[in-house]
Structure formats: C-alpha cells, structure tokens
Design a protein around this ligand. Structure first.
Ligand code: GLU
Ligand code: MG
Length: 464
C-alpha cells in the first residue's frame, strides 16, 4: 500500500483549516482525537484547533505501546507490541469531526494510525475494519450495522466512590425510572442529537439503574465511530449530573450485565438479503451464509466481542446475554437472534443481532471479526442449522449436543484458544494482530488469576 502523498497532506491541511475556522466560530478550543486500544479502552490525544490543520496533514504522535496496554493501564512486557521505543501518527478522520455538545469547548474525531513514514499501522483496528469493509464491498455487497449499548447509572457514595451505588432503584422498564432520571435522560438525548447521533430508542433495562440506547444503522466504520461517541456523550452527560456510568460488562458480580449487541444486515444492489429470499425466515443465500459464518466462528469471535475477564461473568444462561451457540427467531437466549421486523417492513428492518457481545469490546475489532466470519460463510455458501425456539438452557444436555447447541466459551482463556485456532480470523487479521490480541487477553487473565468475581467486577466496572 502507498504512503500518504504530499498532495494528500496538502489537501488534508486545507480541509482541516476550514473545519478549524468553523469550530473556533462555535467556541471550540480543541479536538480530542481517539483510538481504541486492544483491551477496548478509548485513548486520546487532543490538539488545540489552531494546530488541527497540522495534525490533519502530519498526524499526532502516539506511542505504539498502547497496542500492549491492559485495562488497568499496566503494559505487557517482553512483547513486540510493547516497549518505550517508536512512534505512530494519529490521523483524525476529517469526515467525522464532531462538536461534543456534552463537553463544551471540545470536538472529537476518530483516528487512523499510520507509521511515521505514512504507511498504515498493521495493528490499527480502524484501518483493519475499513479494509474488510472494502473487501466485502468488492464482492458486490454492502453492510448495514448498529451497536446498541446498555449501561448502569450510579450516584457516587462520597465515602466509597468506587462502589456501585445505583442512581435509581425504580422498576425495570419502569416509567418511574425514567421519571426519576428524566433530566439526565433528556440531556443524554439532547447531547447525542447535537453531536449528530440518530437515536432510535432509549429505555430503562432489567438490571438496577440500567438503561439501553439504540441508534440508526449505518456502514460499519461509522457504526464503530458512533459507538465511541455514544459512550463518551453518555459518560459526560452523567458527569454533568453528578452521576457515574458503568459500561463494564458487570456493575455488580451477580448482576445481569451490560450488552453491546451488534445488529447486521447484508445488502445487495439496495436489497436487504436478510428477507425476501427463499432461505430460513426469508434470508437469501448470501444473508443465510453471512449469519451461518458468524455462528460458526462465534467461539473465536468472543475474544473480540467479550474481551474482558468480566465478560464471562455476564455471559451466562438466563440473562438474555446469548450464552449458547445457536440462533433463533426473536430468541433472546440465542447468541444470534434473527429479527424479522414487523410485517410490511421486513425488507427494511430484517437483521441478525449478535447478542453475546458486550460493551467492553473494541467496536472496530468486533465488527472486523464479524465481517470476516460472515464473509467466509457467504463465500462457502454456509447454511444455518435449525433455529432454536425457547431457552436452550432448558433443553436436556443430550438434545442440546445432538442439535449442536454448544455453550459458548465460559472463560476468556477458552475464547482466546478458539480465536488462535480460527484460520478465517487469522487470515483476515494477520498473525501479528492475532498475537497482540491474544497476548493482551492473556495479560488480563493473569491479572485476575486469583481474583474473586467481586474483585474482577470492581476492577473493570468503570474502565470502559
Ligand atoms: N442485558 C442483557 C445482556 O447482557 C441484554 C438484555 C436485552 O436487551 O435483551 O446482554
Ligand atoms: Mg437490552
């Protein structure tokens, strides 16, 4: 691949200069340029608007060491991705520069990471996702995706600020819960609207003081960018209300956790392949192949979508997290839920939802993995097994195994083993990135080797 040319740098400088003038006119002081590290945490370098044009042309320096960061900010040692030497350049995406209404004076832009010689950084998750989306497009198809987030809202206890102290104890899905936090929820919606996010729904969820938000579908790179933006806007709005936000998989060790469910549909010449065809529930061969590819690769994909040791406290039966490798029509206990939409809007609305994934995932890596798996299913014309109705946990174990309904990996270690032996994911990600991801996961497993569920939850609750 070519490095950045002098003309590209020049054009970016001119465009960023115009954007900076707009931002200054809106009293914006600086642009927060983010990327998501291997462990799933958003990291940032910020540049004053006067410097944004230079940053757009030449990038912002950042160490490659973040590829080897763990969730507690410790760093893997002795690994090629770690260490004090070297530098990368963050190039803000000028198409996604967004004023952060929730953080007055600030704008935000997601970054792609390049080397100092202007070449794509081989371990950059956003560039990986972009490449896989382009390759998928080269097969003549496109994708529409969305990530919905769940989070818990806490009112810090001054004597013990890190404890989870729910901001409301009003009922699940309860109007009372909305009423109690109406000002906060109104501001979440206003701030998201003013940051260009198309919210489709917000509601009180099952767990204590838990909420969920869904956004409009878009292309996968925008979906992942929006996932970063939504979390920061929700977090900042909470802070302004004296509240803290849990995006970690678990607020308390025995809770129902926070999902980060991924909705996906394959499109061909403007037609949704998840409906109107002759496969199960009307999927076309491409739609079914895509879903089947994901189902087939789910064990390895968990290392991307459930990346934290705490993720496996969440991924248990009976919590609508999708702990079994199966699929079903509107089945919330299946790891892959087929959603048809109402009669009359199947062609627009039909999609598959990966329920197993949680909010700790790096959304770029998670979507990249899903696309690689789905695409392999399309290419091999994979077909789905019979759909599962009802809770797979209620089937007797013989029936389950006869039907190939396996529990998904129950630990991060098991997911990493599946990830490392998945040839499709290895081919899409490359050996270096697979090794980096697996090493970071193993680093976090080691951090918690002797930890209780409570300690794991406490150490990850506020990190994402
Ligand atoms: N909170 C559940 C999870 O951990 C999901 C609940 C639902 O939206 O179905 O994924
Ligand atoms: Mg939900």
């Amino acid at each position: 691949m070519e490095g950045l040319t002098a003309k590209e740098r020049h054009d970016r400088a001119i465009r960023a200069g115009a954007l900076s003038a707009d931002l200054s006119a809106r009293d914006i002081i600086a642009v927060a340029v983010t990327w998501i590290d291997t462990s799933g945490i958003a990291r940032v370098k910020a540049v004053p608007v006067q410097r944004f044009s230079h940053a757009a042309a030449w990038g912002v320096g950042a160490s490659p060491v973040f590829d080897a960061f763990l969730l507690d900010d410790s760093i893997l040692t002795g690994h090629f991705a770690g260490g004090p030497t070297g530098d990368l350049r963050l190039y803000p995406d000028l198409d996604r520069v967004t004023p952060l209404a929730a953080l007055p004076g600030w704008a935000w832009a997601p970054a792609d990471r390049y080397t100092q010689s202007g070449m794509p950084h081989p371990r950059d998750a956003r560039l990986l996702l972009r490449r896989l989306v382009d390759e998928f497009g080269a097969d003549g198809a496109s994708l529409r995706t969305a990530i919905e987030f769940e989070w818990n809202v806490a009112r810090p206890d001054p004597l013990d600020p890190d404890r989870f102290h729910p901001a409301t104890t009003a009922p699940a899905y309860g109007m009372a819960r909305l009423s109690e936090l109406a000002g906060y929820l109104r501001d979440v919606l206003t701030m998201l609207r003013d940051s260009g996010v198309a919210v489709e729904q917000i509601h009180p969820e099952y767990e204590l003081s838990q909420f969920e938000l869904s956004v409009a579908a878009s292309d996968p790179v925008s979906t992942a960018d929006t996932a970063v933006l939504v979390r920061e806007v929700v977090r900042a709005t909470g802070t302004a209300h004296g509240l803290r936000t849990v995006f970690g998989p678990m607020a308390t060790a025995d809770a129902v956790g926070n999902g980060g469910h991924v909705h996906m549909s394959v499109w061909h010449r403007g037609v949704n392949q998840m409906s109107g065809g002759s496969g199960p529930f009307g999927m076309s061969a491409a739609g079914e192949g895509f879903a089947a590819g994901i189902l087939q690769h789910l064990p390895g994909l968990l290392a991307l979508g459930c990346p934290s040791v705490a993720s496996y406290l969440r991924l248990r039966p009976g919590r609508w997290a999708g702990a079994y490798r199966c699929w079903g029509l509107e089945n919330r206990e299946a790891a892959l839920r087929y959603i048809s939409g109402s009669e009359g809007e199947h062609a627009r609305a039909a999609n598959v939802e990966v329920k197993a994934f949680d909010a700790a995932a790096n959304p770029y890596l998670a979507l990249a993995g899903l696309i690689a798996a789905g695409r392999s299913g399309v290419r091999s014309e994979a077909t789905l097994p019979d759909p599962v109705a009802g809770d797979p946990d209620h089937l007797d174990p013989q029936t389950r195994s006869a039907r190939g309904i396996d529990p998904l990996p129950g630990t991060l270690a098991a997911a990493v083993a599946a990830f490392e032996s998945d040839d499709v994911l290895a081919a899409a990600f490359g050996a270096e990135l697979v090794d980096t991801i697996a090493s970071v996961r193993r680093g976090e497993i080691a951090l918690f080797a002797d930890a209780t569920a409570e300690q794991i939850t406490a150490a990850s609750r506020w990190r994402y």
